[in-house]
Write a protein that binds this ligand. Structure first.
Ligand SMILES: Nc1ncnc2c1ncn2[C@@H]1O[C@H](COP(=O)(O)OP(=O)(O)O)[C@@H](O)[C@H]1O
Ligand SMILES: [Mg+2]
Length: 146
């Protein structure tokens, strides 16, 4: 679907850029007038996708991450997080709740959180080439809010 507005950000996979990416997505989404709760869900989902690119895609180096934000003509908000890192061997397994290759400090819940905090999640990945995560979320129209 065509976008009525979009921006693209590219940044190195430094952990200090995770909060920037999350805030940028929320700031761009603000024009759709989301509720605080919807905005919180969006921030959490974006944070999981960007954190994965930072910690898993480029485990021992700094690589580039591209985040594309689009407002589709339908009003749906779309976030694409792309990296050119390690890629994922078995996507189905990687997306299983609690599965992690990241050791003790990782919960293995990133994809599950992205899935439950957005309306649509698509992931494409090629080992050695990189990973693309696309999330779509629609915000409730103000008029029908209680
Ligand atoms: N961008 C990525 N590049 C490479 N591997 C990834 C990427 N995102 C996720 N993965 C793989 O998928 C697994 C599951 O991710 P996730 O559900 O976020 O859990 P966690 O990050 O806690 O491990 C990760 O442990 C990692 O092996
Ligand atoms: Mg994760």
């Amino acid at each position: 679907m065509k976008a009525s507005n979009s921006i693209k950000l590219e940044f190195p996979s430094k952990s200090s850029n995770e909060s920037f990416a999350r805030a940028a997505a929320a700031a761009f989404a603000a024009q759709l007038d989301p509720t605080m709760e919807e905005l919180g869900d969006l921030r959490t989902a974006v944070s999981e996708a960007v954190t994965n690119a930072i910690v898993h895609a480029y485990p021992d180096s700094i690589g580039m991450i591209c985040m594309k934000l689009r407002i589709l003509e339908s009003g749906v908000f779309e976030v694409t997080v792309r990296d050119w890192g390690r890629g994922i061997e078995d996507l189905e397994k990687a997306m299983t709740p609690l599965y992690s290759t990241g050791g003790e400090e990782r919960s293995g819940m990133g994809f599950t959180i992205m899935d439950s905090f957005t309306d649509k999640l698509r992931v494409r990945s090629s080992p050695g080439k990189g990973t693309t995560v696309v999330m779509q979320k629609s915000f409730s129209p103000r008029a029908v809010r209680v």
